[in-house]
Write a protein that binds this ligand. Structure first.
Ligand SMILES: C[S@@+](CC[C@H](N)C(=O)[O-])C[C@H]1O[C@@H](n2cnc3c(N)ncnc32)[C@H](O)[C@@H]1O
Length: 272
């Protein structure tokens, strides 16, 4: 179990190298460099004006969303444990001159690695499933926030993640709560962007955290819940049966005729 960091890091190094090349176009790297904003509609609608805010972006991947927040006028620090992702993030920062710094490290060490207090901790799309202990994560978030500072968390819905994406009817496949010491061990040859490049390190270790665990972890860490929203859209094609949403960039939904399910959730909470 202790080697989950190293196992996942190797996999994320491979993915980061593929994602930053962006041959499948999912990350819109060139459009971003040309000045486009890369945030999805959901976070755009929910985060409000970030101008002048100091934002810590945890598990920032190769920094493109961090830099989009900076382009909106925030001063940002992004943290990720993948050296490949952080090197790519620093390169994008140097090319754009936006107000962001990037720190390499485990999210659980974020308070030690990043100085200062933040107006917002920003965590989106595919982050907490890599972490065994959600309460420990929430304590780190709380420690990074100044009093009155806000958490913005936007994630794939844990109920969706219990389903087998490869089956036509999305059959239940995983327990809704993954024990800390018994991670789900996954094996994927390629990444989720549709890029056909093969990963050299295909194994990952992952955890499903029920919505109640996430909410209670935030409360337990001293955060007041401002809103919990559920969404019928997702930022990646979780299952082959999902279809792109017309008119909305990089969003996916279940096809017409399939029972409606929550595909994502967002949690907004304030440090009291
Ligand atoms: C799906 S990405 C984050 C989503 C991001 N919004 C994006 O799509 O650009 C997940 C990120 O979590 C990072 N990660 C996974 N486990 C981590 C850990 N323990 N500490 C820090 N970063 C971690 C990976 O390196 C990866 O960049």
């Amino acid at each position: 179990m202790d080697d989950y960091i190293e196992i996942n890091r190797r996999n994320w190094n491979d993915r980061a190298a593929i994602h930053v090349k962006d041959e499948a176009g999912g990350y819109r790297v060139q459009a971003f460099l040309d000045g486009a904003d890369n945030l999805h509609d959901i976070e755009h609608a929910e985060i409000g004006d970030v101008k002048g805010l100091r934002i810590a972006h945890l598990q920032c991947h190769f920094g493109i969303d961090t830099l989009c927040l900076a382009r909106r006028g925030a001063s940002c620090v992004g943290l990720d444990f993948s050296p490949v992702a952080i090197a790519a993030a620093r390169d994008l920062q140097a090319r754009t001159g936006l107000d962001a710094q990037f720190v390499e490290g485990n999210v659980y060490d974020a308070r030690k690695l990043i100085s200062g207090d933040f107006d917002m901790v920003y965590v989106t799309w595919g982050a907490i499933g890599w972490l065994p202990d959600i309460r420990r994560w929430a304590k780190v978030v709380s420690a990074l926030l100044k009093p009155g500072g806000r958490l913005y968390l936007l994630e794939g819905h844990p109920s969706l993640m219990t389903l087998d994406e490869k089956t036509a009817e999305l059959r239940p496949a995983y327990d809704w709560r993954t024990p800390e010491d018994r991670p789900l061990v996954m094996d994927e040859e390629t990444t989720y962007t549709g890029d056909t490049a093969k990963l050299a390190h295909t194994t990952t270790m992952e955890w499903l955290h029920p919505l109640s665990d996430v909410v209670n972890a935030a409360i337990g860490a001293g955060l007041r819940i401002d809103a919990l929203n559920e969404h019928e859209l997702l930022a990646w094609q979780f299952a082959p049966l999902m279809v792109p949403v017309e008119g909305r960039r990089r969003m996916w939904k279940l096809p017409d005729g399939f029972p409606r399910l929550p595909l994502a959730f967002s949690l907004m909470a304030t440090k009291s």
